[in-house]
Each structure stands twice: as structure tokens, then as C-alpha cells.
Design a protein around this ligand. Structure first.
Ligand SMILES: [Zn+2]
Length: 415
């Protein structure tokens, strides 16, 4: 066993232990606060809803813990267990070790394996927990259709992308990782245009807002905020789940704000306007570009690291393979990367939560803070989101600020 193997195993297991400990804390904290609705929500959220949210959280976290363990076992089996070497050797006689086709097949096999290991958890979440708490609207038939479509898309887009990546890595000399980075960045930007316009409509129907009275108000707000009015859509989220949500996505001409029909059905006109203003806040504060400005240099550093690691024999042997081609390097890198980037999770969560506060403040300025609070309360209640997350867990994992902090911040804003 070389020193790198020891480091990898330590980091992997420490990361898993940290995640499990945080999840356990979270579950305990939520259970400990199960019998009292926090003061700020006492009038709006009944105790029964609060307790249902606690049970829902506990069920999800419990499954998440098992999922995390399965993920680490898979990484260990594939690396030190010799799984990757086995897949490498299985494809070699057919396609020729080190060939482009061999590399693509190796990486695609890993993708399928990862999906298979995750499948029982996805099924348990959708048809177990979500169904038990009354959220699931997905039929087994729709689940199969979705899976087939996702698989076809993954093959159609993923295989050529993998082939191009491997080709760049082989053909561009010493600085290949710089080319891969440029390609990756371009691909991400393209995806941000293609996803909302062409991919998402394969799974859901997006329609312009129908209610004409609401539409007039919404358009006035959009104009006031400098957003094209044709960028607002209602999505039939109710096809799959009773959870309500709204989001802002894309950039340039492809940018759009999407309301789930399930959310729209629950909010009054003032609340819809406030939620829309929050999403517009993400747009006005350039949050998508800002996130990209952090992720782009981070991925450059990581790819430069990969460029170096791919030429180090100990990187391969330390992770249980004797193969040392580019596809194997890529596979190993992306298998072990999450263990080493886990400390970045709280940094990214922090940035995301800061953006949420900024979008809330923007909404409070453009509309009324009290309307956004009312909308949020409905969202927390109807989505069974816990009002009492463990503070440490929340700091590490939550993209949105805890309910109590968020509402307090909104209420403290000058009216
Ligand atoms: Zn937001």
C-alpha cells in the first residue's frame, strides 16, 4: 500500500464519517424540536404540519445516510477493489486498450454502474417516502418513460462529449487540460441555453401564464425590473410531484423564470408577485454569472491537477489499477474527487445562501416583504420543509437559509 492509498482511504472515510455525523445531528435536532412550532411561525403553521415536516425530514435523512454509505462502498469497490481494472480489462479485447472507443466504453460503463447503485434509493425516495407523505404523483409508467428518455439523452449527448474530451486529452499535447477546460466551459454555457429551451420541455410542458389579471401585474413587475416578459413560464410540476417551487435559469435570450403549477395554485396574486420578484433578484444580481465566476477557475485548477496526476504512476497504482491511460485517469479522478472537495461544500452553500438573502432583499424592495413571507410560509408548510434544521448541518449543506433566519431578515428590512 503506498502513501497515496492511505491518504485516499483516510480522506474518503473521514468525509463519510463527517457527512453521517452531520446528518445524524440534523435528524436529532429536528426530532428534538418536533413538539413546538418556532415562535415566528406559530400562527401560520399548525403543530401537525410541523410534526409531519419533522417525520418527512427524518425519513429523507435516513435514506440519504444509506445512500452516502453505498456511494463510498461503490468508490472503494471500483478503485481498491479492482472494479475499474476489471471493466478496463473486459473491454480491452473487444475495442483495444487505450483506444478512443475503449475509453468511452469504460466511462459509459461507470456511468451505468453509478446509476444502477443509485436506482434503489431513487425508487425508495419516489415510491416510498414521497408516496408515504402524499407528495408523489409519479406513476411507475412515467418513471420508466422518464428513465428511457434520460438514458437516451445521456447517450446522445454524453457519448460524443466523452469522445471529444478523450480526443482532446490525447491530441493536444502537454497542455491538453487547458483545452479540456475551455471545451468544458463552452459546453456548460451551451447547456445553459439548450437545457431550458430544448431539454426541459422533453419532460414537462411550459406554458405562458394564463390568468390575465395576474398576467398584467406580473408584466408590470417584469418591465419594472428590466426582464423580458416572454421569459415567464408555468411548468406542469404536478405530473410528478405535489411539491411546489419556482426557479430562475439560463442566461441571454434563453433566461427564464419558471413557476410550478403546484406553487401557482397555492399563492394569491400578491404572493406570486413577491416570489417572482425574488427570482428577478437572482437575475438583477447576476447570480448565475457569479456562480460561474467561482466554478470556472475552480475547475481550471482541478483540471490542471488532473493533468499532473495523469502522468504520475503512483496515482494509478495507489488507486488499485495497473492501467494508466487517459480514460482510466479521468475515471479515477472523478471517483475520488468528491472526497477531496467535500470541504468546499460549506463555501458553496454560503455563497448560495448569501444570494438567497440578496434576492429576498430585492423582492422586498420591488414588492412587499410581508407577501414574500406569506408565500414562504405556504412553501415550507406544503413542502413539509423543516423549520428547525440543525444549524451546523444547514451551514454545510443548505443552499437556502433556514426558514427562521430568512423570515427574520425579511421582517427586519425597512418597509
Ligand atoms: Zn432564490
Amino acid at each position: 500500500m503506498n502513501a497515496f492509498t492511505a491518504l485516499f482511504v483516510c480522506v474518503l472515510l473521514l468525509g463519510l464519517a463527517a457527512r453521517l455525523a452531520l446528518m445524524q445531528r440534523h435528524r436529532h435536532h429536528v426530532q428534538a424540536h418536533r413538539d413546538r412550532v418556532p415562535e415566528a411561525f406559530a400562527d401560520a403553521i399548525p403543530l401537525a404540519s410541523h410534526q409531519r415536516a419533522a417525520d418527512y425530514t427524518a425519513a429523507r435523512v435516513g435514506l440519504g445516510m444509506r445512500d452516502a454509505v453505498a456511494g463510498v462502498v461503490l468508490v472503494l469497490v471500483l478503485t481498491l477493489g479492482g472494479g475499474l481494472q476489471f471493466i478496463h480489462d473486459a473491454w480491452a479485447p473487444l475495442l483495444g486498450a487505450g483506444s478512443l472507443a475503449h475509453g468511452v466504453s469504460l466511462l459509459a460503463t461507470l456511468g451505468v454502474l453509478g446509476w444502477l447503485v443509485d436506482l434503489p434509493f431513487v425508487l425508495a425516495r419516489t415510491f416510498g417516502i414521497e408516496r408515504r407523505f402524499g407528495f408523489n404523483r409519479m406513476t411507475p409508467r412515467l418513471f420508466v418513460t422518464d428513465t428511457v428518455r434520460q438514458g437516451a439523452l445521456a447517450a446522445l449527448i454524453g457519448l460524443p462529449v466523452l469522445a471529444l474530451l478523450l480526443w482532446l486529452a490525447g491530441a493536444m499535447g502537454e497542455l491538453w487540460w487547458l483545452w479540456v477546460w475551455a471545451f468544458w466551459l463552452g459546453f456548460n454555457l451551451l447547456a445553459m441555453i439548450i437545457w431550458p429551451t430544448f431539454i426541459a420541455p422533453l419532460f414537462n410542458t411550459f406554458t405562458p401564464l394564463a390568468d390575465s389579471a395576474l398576467k398584467a401585474r406580473v408584466e408590470a413587475l417584469l418591465t419594472r425590473c428590466g426582464f423580458q416578459s416572454k421569459g415567464l413560464f408555468v411548468m406542469d410540476g404536478s405530473r410528478r410531484s405535489a411539491h411546489g417551487n419556482a426557479y430562475f435559469t439560463g442566461f441571454g435570450a434563453a433566461k427564464r423564470i419558471v413557476f410550478f403549477d403546484t406553487l401557482l395554485a397555492k399563492l394569491n396574486a400578491d404572493e406570486v408577485e413577491a416570489v417572482l420578484a425574488h427570482e428577478l433578484g437572482h437575475f438583477r444580481h447576476h447570480h448565475i454569472i457569479k456562480r460561474l465566476a467561482v466554478l470556472a477557475p475552480t475547475s481550471l485548477v482541478l483540471l490542471a491537477l488532473l493533468g499532473w496526476l495523469a502522468s504520475q504512476p503512483w496515482f494509478f497504482t495507489g488507486l488499485g489499477t495497473s492501467a494508466n491511460d487517459m480514460a482510466t485517469a479521468l475515471a479515477l479522478f472523478f471517483l475520488v474527487l468528491p472526497a477531496f472537495t467535500f470541504p468546499l461544500a460549506p463555501v458553496l452553500s454560503h455563497m448560495s445562501r448569501r444570494h438567497e438573502f440578496e434576492a429576498d432583499a430585492y423582492a422586498a424592495k420591488q414588492t412587499r416583504a410581508s407577501d414574500l413571507v406569506a408565500a414562504l410560509v405556504k412553501l415550507y408548510r406544503d413542502n413539509a420543509s423543516t423549520l428547525t434544521p440543525d444549524p451546523l448541518y444547514s451551514r454545510v449543506f443548505d443552499s437556502h437559509p433556514p426558514a427562521v433566519l430568512r423570515v427574520a431578515r425579511l421582517q427586519a428590512l425597512p418597509h
